[in-house]
Design a protein around this ligand. Structure first.
Ligand code: KG4
Ligand code: ZN
Length: 357
């Protein structure tokens, strides 16, 4: 380690301590874990001053999924302009931010490294502390931005393209795992089901849209059983869907794609909502939160509203734009980490397989 790095780290620690004592911080956050390059300026963990998202989806759609090498290259091109735009929209310059934050896992290693490298360079250049953030914690924290009065404890269902967890948020940054998927993530299951219907990647939002015109009872799908009370399994549902569609095609019967989409969505939503509500009520929670890309699913949001009302639970969920990947949620999670003095040195590396708990 060089003298200059040691000096930076000492100053960053002192600055982080000043911010912790003041209880305020304006954070510039960067997110690049998958196929969105995003930057945001977030004040005190709750107020989004600016949020910019450059999606790579059209680039990957023709391959039917995210191509890691292409994602990394696109992040390299986008990260500087996206950060500049986030500062511009916030009406500030780099010197005005109190700290930098970045997603360092889980995600695609090459994609994560672009954000981590950019954030380290900016933190060093501006002489500001750098806060490392777990992407899943970011998804949970989107709820702090959407609901400024929300405080732990609460139970949260995190359903994204790579993860499906039910966690109890004991305190800021303190999580107890209640359940998780045994196989596919919820978003992955939606994307695979959409592919069976010939929809382009990522099929989840398109399947959601199509299902609104269909009959959810058209295709009977099994009620999936899992060993853990709050655990999920989506691969059985996916296989049942594929088999049912093949059988229909072989028998020459025509079932409209909208009916198939609605049937799958209904089955997946029942599974997700039933277990999340069960986990919340049985662990004595009063609030249930939703997070992750799948939390923008219209069927899931409606089912959760009904089930939570029936169970006497308060339901909180971010607006769809804060459910899918963004940097505002990273800036929020970073604030609470910063307030606990959790900052990184310049040796920070990407951790592609990082867990939340
Ligand atoms: O949280 P996210 O943006 O990225 C990850 O961290 O994985 O989630 C993306 C996933 C994709 O699988 C996408 O198809 C799914 O969320 N998704 C949806 C909807 N919007 C996004 N799935 C179902 N219905 C939606 N409306
Ligand atoms: Zn995500």
């Amino acid at each position: 380690m060089t003298q200059a790095e040691t000096g930076y780290e000492q100053r960053a620690r002192a600055q982080a301590e000043r911010l912790r004592q003041a209880g305020h911080a304006t954070i510039l956050a960067i997110e690049s874990s998958c196929d969105e390059t995003a930057a945001a300026v977030v004040r005190d963990g709750r107020e989004v001053v600016s949020s910019v998202i450059a999606s790579q989806i059209p680039l990957h759609a023709m391959y039917g999924g995210v191509v890691p090498e292409i994602a990394s290259r696109k992040h390299v091109e986008s990260v500087d302009p996206v950060v500049d735009e986030a500062l511009r929209q916030a009406g500030i310059v780099l010197a005005d931010v109190d700290a930098l934050a970045v997603t360092y896992g889980p995600g695609l290693v090459g994609a994560l490294l672009i954000g981590v490298s950019a954030a380290k360079a900016l933190a060093y250049a501006a002489d500001k502390p750098l806060v490392p953030v777990n992407h899943i914690e970011g998804h949970v924290s989107a709820n702090y931005v959407a609901h400024p009065e929300l405080t732990p404890p609460f139970v949260c269902l995190v359903a994204s393209g790579g993860h499906s967890h039910i966690v109890r948020v004991e305190d800021y940054g303190v999580y107890t795992l209640l359940g998780q998927t045994m196989d596919d993530a919820a978003g992955e299951a939606f994307d695979k089901a959409a592919r069976v219907l010939g929809l382009p990647y990522p099929g989840g939002p398109l399947l959601d849209k199509l299902s609104r015109e269909g009959d959810p009872t058209a295709l009977p799908l099994p009620h999936v059983k899992t060993p853990g009370r709050y655990d999920y399994s989506f691969s059985g549902l996916k296989t049942a869907l594929i088999n049912a569609v093949h059988k229909l095609r072989q028998s020459g019967r025509d079932v409209p794609a909208a009916d198939i989409a609605a049937s799958f969505q209904h089955a997946a939503v029942e599974l997700l909502s039933e277990k999340a509500v069960l986990a919340a009520t049985e662990t004595g929670a009063t609030t249930l939160a939703l997070a992750g890309g799948v939390a923008s699913n219209t069927g899931l949001r409606a089912a959760m509203e009904d089930k939570c009302r029936a169970a006497g639970l308060r339901l909180v969920m971010p607006p769809p734009i804060l459910c899918t990947d963004n940097a505002a949620m990273i800036g929020s999670a970073a604030f609470y980490r910063l307030m606990r003095g959790e900052i990184a040195g310049l040796e920070l590396n990407a951790e592609p397989s990082m867990r939340l708990v």
